[in-house]
Design a protein around this ligand. Structure first.
Ligand SMILES: CC(C)(COP(=O)(O)OP(=O)(O)OC[C@H]1O[C@@H](n2cnc3c(N)ncnc32)[C@H](O)[C@@H]1OP(=O)(O)O)[C@@H](O)C(=O)NCCC(=O)NCCS
Length: 183
């Protein structure tokens, strides 16, 4: 499926491309980001980590996987990727339907919340999904807040080893009905 370009007041979410590899490599190769993630993400991060991630994801999409991969760029910026959101229509048992990260200098300005609102609109209003699941390490306050601010309801815990040593993840559900009721 094609990933559409989405716009918010401060961001453009555009389809991930191999040309985004240098910016992603620079921002993502950061323990403060990766410690929050599941151990399926390699650490230490390989020198070609971003490029192989991008090529793998694009190959899966070309092979028919129903997923969208966006890079986040600032409307006021230089078109360089400062984050990524991946959304899989078919939830992966370990990772749920969505993954996201933002480069550390841009944290706590409401940017990921703004981006996820646009993605939720796309998922529920354009794709017409009924619901999806998302996860985070229990200590990951920022990710939990983004979920709480974008309509997610806590549904329990799942087994998921994280780089920071946590073995469980908080699991959340976002439903079309509750999202449409909010917006
Ligand atoms: C999680 C992440 C994407 C959040 O992006 P962001 O743009 O900073 O998110 P927002 O600014 O929209 O919202 C973050 C919220 O968490 C709050 N927050 C962050 N750290 C906090 C802390 N230590 N204590 C209390 N609140 C905290 C912020 O205040 C904000 O809430 P508010 O708007 O109610 O004040 C970003 O921190 C990140 O990339 N982290 C590393 C990767 C990661 O954890 N990805 C998700 C894996 S599940």
């Amino acid at each position: 499926m094609d990933t559409p370009t989405l716009q918010t007041s401060r961001l453009i979410l555009r389809p991930l491309a191999v040309t985004d590899a240098p910016a992603i490599q620079r921002h993502f190769n950061n323990w403060n980001i990766i410690k929050n993630l599941a151990t399926v993400v390699p650490w230490p991060y390989p020198e070609d980590g971003a490029e192989s991630f991008i090529r793998q994801q694009l190959a899966k999409v070309a092979a028919g996987e129903q997923s969208c991969h966006w890079v986040l760029v600032l409307r006021s910026g230089d078109d360089q990727a400062i984050g990524v959101i991946s959304f899989r229509l078919q939830a992966e048992s370990l990772k749920g339907n969505r993954g996201f990260w933002l480069a550390e200098p841009y944290w706590n300005q409401g940017l990921m919340t703004e981006a996820i609102e646009a993605v939720n609109d796309f998922v529920f209003k354009t794709l017409g999904l009924d619901s999806f699941h998302v996860l985070n390490a229990p200590s990951n306050v920022g990710s939990r807040r983004v979920k709480q601010k974008t309509g997610a309801e806590f549904v329990g815990y799942a087994e998921l080893p994280h780089h920071n040593g946590e073995r469980k993840a908080e699991k959340w559900k976002v439903t079309r009905a509750s999202w449409l009721a909010r917006s």
